[in-house]
Design a protein around this ligand. Structure first.
Ligand SMILES: Cc1ncc(COP(=O)(O)O)c(C=O)c1O
Length: 397
């Protein structure tokens, strides 16, 4: 598979075995073009942005703003605020929009399927402002209870929902969720951390008010992500962090703020990371994302079926729009033990609660083993993985 050659880390041996990297829902590997773009910036153009007139500053500014332009084009969005990732993007909504627009007894709607980064900021705001949080339950078929959802919209100001579950791979019925929320007068925030790596989303047509995601889950660097915001909602946001770059004027009496995205990007931003992310988008342009999604889903379905036949409980359903994530558990062999045994022969998987404790509590478990697939993974790797799990079970279970 030619594109694997673009990822130098895939040449690594782990404990004398070739690396089989199946922890992509946690973070994806980086193609050489991303590594080169960041290294070139530091070796050739390193400077601060938006300030000095010298050549290096111009190159750094062009690189940083180039990432924003790429985001706006890729997602068809008018406003793209650069953040440190999904977590900061959601916290930004809580602080910059939530504090300005939510008061005591306002309600917000979350789901039991959310990642902690789409729960904790709202709990903090609820504590501070007396905002009510309503949770939409997850049903036994891993779908959201849409009847409860509709009822919970009564008087709600904001709906926060995960695009695709990082534990189950389930893609939620977002079009219906957005439509119903808007009909009820509520704004919608989509946590698209696991959505954008697999699906090229037209933000404007899709229709949420906010969408948060991270670069590192789509071949880009860690430390950078974005919040896309609808232009009218952008005007309802107040600055969160104060400092350099976000102001127009500062006097000893007070300050005025920028009116564009810089208003929410106080201080020296993530310049190398923005340049790296831009390169990651450039690399992804060559892929047929729909074809890749189908291919990876086939790998996930195969893996899920085989693991079930080995006695594993597999959580998730792998419908056509779901992502290639396979969460599973053995009745007796502890997930951490299985993960260690897999690591010993080169397989990288994730274990634990995956920062989604309410979902795992709903499922009646405290941990799963999670194998998640991305562009460079192959069916052969899935077959090796299943064979290795089988071997381990024969020996240890
Ligand atoms: C669904 C979901 N939301 C939010 C996050 C948080 O992303 P980050 O740690 O990049 O801020 C993750 C990361 O695992 C995730 O899977």
């Amino acid at each position: 598979m030619a594109l694997r050659d673009d990822f130098p880390i895939l040449q690594r041996q782990i404990h004398g075995h070739p690396l089989v990297y199946l922890d992509n829902a946690a973070t994806t590997q980086k193609p050489q073009v991303v590594i080169d773009a960041m290294s070139d910036y530091y070796t050739q153009s390193n400077a601060n942005v938006h300030r000095a007139v010298h050549t290096l500053a111009g190159e750094a500014t062009d690189g940083y703003e180039g990432c924003r332009t790429r985001l706006k084009t890729w997602f068809n969005a008018e406003r793209a605020i650069l953040t440190s990732g999904t977590t900061e993007a959601i916290n930004l909504v809580a602080h910059a929009w939530g504090r300005a627009n939510l008061t005591k007894d306002d309600a917000i709607v979350l789901t039991e399927m959310e990642h902690h980064s789409d729960i904790v900021p709202w709990q903090m705001l609820a504590e501070e402002r007396g905002v009510e949080i309503r949770y939409v339950p997850v049903l036994d078929d891993y779908s959201l209870d849409m009847e409860v959802y509709e009822a919970s919209l009564e008087g709600a100001k904001l709906v926060c929902v995960v695009h695709t579950s990082n534990v189950l791979g389930v893609r939620n019925p977002l079009e219906t969720i957005i439509q119903l929320a808007h009909d009820a007068g509520a704004k919608v925030l989509i946590d698209a951390a696991q959505g954008v790596p697999h699906d090229r989303i037209d933000f404007d047509a899709f229709g949420p008010d906010f969408m948060a995601f991270s670069a590192h889950k789509m071949c880009g660097p860690t430390g950078i992500g974005a919040l896309l915001v609808r232009p009218d909602v952008f005007e309802e946001m107040e600055p969160f962090m104060g400092g350099g770059d976000m102001i127009q004027t500062v006097t000893t009496e007070g300050s005025t703020y920028q009116t564009n995205e810089h208003k929410f990007e106080a201080g020296t931003p993530r310049i190398a990371e923005a340049i790296g992310w831009d390169a990651a988008f450039g690399w992804m342009e060559q892929l047929d994302l729909k074809h890749e999604h189908k291919r990876l889903l086939e790998i996930a379905r195969y893996t899920a079926k085989e693991l079930r036949s080995l006695g594993m409980t597999v959580y998730g359903r792998h419908d056509d729009q779901d992502s290639a994530v396979v969460s599973f558990l053995h009745p007796t062999l502890h997930s951490e033990d299985l993960a260690h045994l897999l690591d010993a022969v080169g397989f990288a998987v994730r274990t634990g609660h995956h920062c989604a404790q309410p979902l795992l509590t709903r499922l009646g478990i405290s941990s799963t083993v999670r194998a998640s697939f991305y562009f460079y993974n192959t069916m052969d790797e899935a077959k090796l993985f299943v064979a290795q799990v089988k071997k381990i079970l024969e020996r240890f279970a």
